[in-house]
Design a protein around this ligand. Structure first.
Ligand code: MG
Ligand code: MG
Length: 617
């Protein structure tokens, strides 16, 4: 299908929006009337600008409060339409979006509306224009696409068709099944928008919180399946009203929009792209640090029970291992890790994910218009497929089917064996980002990997609210938590400013015995995050753990949460140069991430933070 987006979805001036839309790969654009009115160019020069960018004007919109009016408003509506049609001829726009009337003056009546649209079709014909009619969820008399279709059917004019908008039907909880009996050639075009599940007024929800399919909770797939069932093969056009989108870079939002459509079409009509990659494991996490920082980081790794197990054959890169966890320290004086380190300071520069087929994962990423990363490959080195992820850090793909599965053997000189398997695997990786990036990265991960998402939750930080969501595969081989702060003063946002951008904020290791693990790291001289007495007093009153267990937790700074299915224990290291920290978790059938304890952890970290980094009021 052909992809389009409405200019109202993006921030910036009209030329900025159009440039972003063309650069993202769209073929068409819906021009919002206000964007024309606010531009100094004539409609003809705007039209030329659109076509010079290789874009087609899919529609001019919106045309409001037209059908079912009494006189004199009815006649005025037709006069208004003629002026718009003349403007559209100058612009070079072929279709107009007429949305259902919200005026208290409108009279209702299916046949009255059909008569009005038939007459409008006759006028539109003279201008060579098509009229598309859309039911707004809050339309005065027409708020259901099935009624809009009945009006279009009775209007029975070649120039009058139906516009289907996923938001307006799904937000009202209307089943999209009836779309299947609409003839494809009567559908003018299709508009798409998703939204997070929210209990609020339809108009407010629509105007401020829409987002791209893949970013929300509406059953957009079912909508698309019904559209495809009709045989429709025309324009798919995003129409997103979202304050954060309009404040963000139009480039990034347009790229997200294109990715969303590629993802959605692949969801409902698979086979065009390689399938979503199924994560099998986190193969490694790579830290970019200076040589001085490396010594300190090695001390932390050893304290956590990791052993030096390899040195890269040609680079200043070492491998630390324990259980199935591999941590890599990169102190190369050049290359991507070095530039990451220069920009971000000590940071996670890459995560290696084992999937079924690494090359196919890269092809999928490129088909989704993600940025592949390529670097010169030295003699005896593997060319490991990679894309740019959060904060510019890399996501590497590795697999067991190719030589990539032998990366340690091929690229590393062994230096010894792990001496502990107390930490068994990576349980989850938490990344911090600004709130306006969160939906972008959700879509990035969801379109690339075979992931499920958890609903967005709010976590209380001493200085504000942190929004948090998780993405994870069905087998829980890879769990990624995304955190974003809406306040400039929370630890999560302070992490962003300290770190100069988004990135990995913490890494959680899984263990089968958290008490032994916590004792071992203390004995090794690593400090854990101190947790206040009050926490344990409250725990005694709240949960059914034995008093001895709570005493042991108190002594070791272990936190606890439980859900219907299980129990969860957590302990945190102190932050490494206030940039990132480690967590050890024991999950006994528990499915979450200890969100309940996050405020306790954040407050404890805030108490330890340097005074200079404390909130500035
Ligand atoms: Mg619409
Ligand atoms: Mg965690």
């Amino acid at each position: 299908m052909k992809y389009s987006i409405a200019t109202v979805s993006l921030g910036g001036t009209l030329p900025e929006k159009l440039a972003a839309i063309a650069a993202a790969g769209f073929e068409g654009v819906e021009i919002f009337e206000a964007d024309v009115l606010a531009n100094e160019g004539t409609p003809a020069t705007i039209g030329a600008m659109v076509r010079d960018l290789g874009l087609e004007i899919v529609a001019f919109q919106p045309f409001r409060d037209f059908e079912g009016m009494p006189e004199p408003q009815r006649s005025r509506g037709f006069e208004r339409a003629k002026r718009k049609f003349a403007l559209m001829n100058e612009l070079g726009a072929g279709s107009i979006l007429v949305c259902s009337n919200v005026s208290p003056l409108s009279l209702g009546g299916i046949d009255r509306a059909a008569d009005d649209l038939r007459e409008l079709g006759g006028i539109a014909e003279g201008f060579g224009i098509n009229v598309g009619f859309e039911a707004l969820a809050w339309g005065r008399h027409v708020s259901d696409y099935r009624d809009a279709w009945e009006i279009v059917r009775r209007a029975d004019h070649d120039r009058v068709g139906l516009i289907l908008d996923s938001w307006h039907m799904l937000a009202r909880g209307l089943a999209p099944d009836a779309i299947r009996s609409i003839p494809a050639d009567r559908i003018t075009f299709v508009q798409l928008a998703d939204a997070p599940a929210m209990d609020m007024d339809l108009l407010q929800w629509s105007r401020h919180f829409r987002n791209f399919p893949g970013q929300g909770d509406l059953p957009v797939n079912a909508f698309m399946e019904a559209v495809i069932a009709t045989g429709y093969d025309g324009w798919l056009s995003h129409e997103i009203f979202n304050d954060r989108f309009r404040m963000a870079s139009p480039r990034r939002i347009a790229e997200d929009g294109e990715r969303s459509l590629i993802w959605l079409e692949d969801q409902v009509r698979p086979g065009g792209l390689p399938p979503r990659a199924t994560p099998e494991a986190v193969e490694w996490i790579e830290f970019a640090v200076s040589e001085t920082e490396a010594a300190e980081l090695e001390r932390v790794f050893r304290g956590l029970g990791f052993a030096l197990t390899g040195r890269h054959r040609s680079k200043q890169v070492t491998r630390y291992s324990q259980g199935a966890v591999n941590l890599v320290i990169n102190t190369e004086p050049e290359g991507l890790a070095h530039s990451q380190q220069l920009v971000h300071g000590a940071s996670v520069a890459a995560v290696g994910i084992r999937v079924g087929d690494a090359k196919a994962a890269l092809r999928r990423a490129e088909d989704l218009r993600m940025t592949a990363f390529r670097q010169p490959v030295g003699p005896g080195e593997l060319d490991i497929p990679a894309v740019r992820g959060v904060g510019g850090a890399l996501v590497y793909f590795t697999d067991a089917r190719s030589d990539l599965g032998r990366v340690w053997e091929i690229e590393f000189e062994p230096t010894g064996a792990p001496h502990s398997d107390r930490l068994t695997r990576i349980d989850h990786i938490a990344q911090s980002m600004s709130p306006d990036e969160m939906l972008s990265w959700r879509l990035f991960y969801l379109s690339l990997f075979d992931f499920e998402t958890t609903p967005l939750i709010d976590v209380v930080d001493p200085a504000g609210i942190v929004e948090s969501m998780a993405l994870q595969d069905a087998d829980r081989n890879l769990r990624i938590c995304l955190n974003a702060s809406t306040s400039g003063r929370t630890l999560s946002s302070r992490f962003l400013s300290e770190y100069f951008g988004a990135g990995v904020q913490h890494i959680a290791f899984a263990t089968g015995d958290i008490f032994a693990a916590a004792r071992a790291i203390r004995e090794a001289g690593l400090e854990t995050l101190p947790i206040p007495e009050n926490y344990y007093d409250d725990l005694e009153a709240r949960v059914t753990l034995e008093p001895e267990v709570i005493d042991a937790m108190r002594a070791l700074g272990i936190l606890y949460d439980e859900d219907g299915e299980g129990r969860y224990f957590q302990v945190y290291t102190r932050a490494f140069q206030e940039r990132f920290f480690f967590e050890i978790v024991q999950r006994d059938g528990y499915g979450g991430f200890g969100a309940q304890n996050a405020p306790i952890r954040l407050a404890a970290q805030a108490r330890l933070a340097r005074p200079a980094a404390m909130p500035r009021l």
